[in-house]
Design a protein around this ligand. Structure first.
Ligand SMILES: COc1ccc(Cn2ccc3ccc(-c4cc(N)[nH]n4)cc32)cc1
Length: 243
């Protein structure tokens, strides 16, 4: 089944990179449809204004609700009926953390819409209205501040789309990863390839030994060492993935 992704932003060109590499191939193979919409197309004043001063005062500007309402209406109108409610993802600093778990959850959706804000954010009534017409997810990319939602949406789209069957060339790499890395498992072990000697640096001997049991043990040990050093929080969680 084809996954459809719509993005809405005042910088739609942010999403041009999605047509490169893996995601570009998925689009070429008809597995994925990506459309980027310019929010200003849903303004009608001479200045095509999308923002205004915040009620209650404070610095910066807030995105007006009307253009967002018209943009979201336009997405809903273009849906084949009878339609399941599309998923609306709104990147925001105050969102629920976007995790591999969230990516897997969203990878099952048929239709994803990303509303990318700028300025100090979007008039909250847009979210209140959208909650009635979409399956709404307000998501944070991480505990750092961006200038808008576009970069977060790009990262989320990549994390989601690579989980869609058929999009990634080699499904094995996903299985391995799902048990050892960025999920609530452990961090990835170090990887090596030819040449076996490079600038006086060798590849760990066990990896050249052909002893698969020893290789697995070495990798598990390195994952545990690296996780303990960099992400002790991941070690605390009991998870079925980690024996
Ligand atoms: C009240 O504090 C702020 C309010 C708005 C902004 C700028 N901005 C506007 C829309 C928008 C969407 C997402 C994000 C974002 C998401 C993550 N993980 N970091 N930053 C930032 C965004 C900065 C800070």
């Amino acid at each position: 089944s084809v996954m459809r992704i719509d993005t809405i932003s005042i910088f739609p060109e942010y999403f041009a990179p999605l047509h490169l590499s893996l995601i570009g191939k998925a689009i070429d193979h008809g597995l994925l449809e990506v459309s980027s919409h310019d929010l200003r197309e849903f303004t009608h004043d001479r200045h095509r204004s999308v923002d205004d001063t915040p009620y209650g005062g404070g610095a910066g500007m807030v995105m007006k609700p009307e253009p967002w309402g018209e943009a979201l209406d336009s997405i809903l109108e273009q849906l084949p009926s009878p339609r399941r409610r599309p998923v609306l993802v709104v990147p925001t600093p105050s969102g629920r953390p976007f995790t591999q778990h969230a990516a897997a959850e969203l990878a099952g959706a048929e239709h994803l819409v990303f509303a990318c804000g700028r300025y100090e954010g979007i008039d909250h009534r847009v979210l209140d209205w959208a909650d009635e017409h979409f399956e709404l997810h307000e998501l944070s990319l991480g505990d750092y501040v961006l200038n808008g939602g576009e970069v977060a949406a790009l990262a989320m789209i990549e994390a989601i789309v690579r989980l869609v069957p058929g999009v990634i060339g080699n499904p094995d790499s996903l299985v391995e990863e799902s048990y050892s890395a960025s999920t609530r498992g452990m961090l990835e072990y170090p990887v090596y390839t030819k040449p076996s000697q490079w600038r006086g640096l060798e590849v760990p001997g066990v990896l050249l030994s052909g002893d698969h049991g020893a290789v697995d043990a070495w990798r598990a040990l390195r994952s545990r060492e690296i996780t303990a050093a960099r992400r002790p929080d991941l070690l605390d969680q009991e998870s079925p993935d980690r024996p």
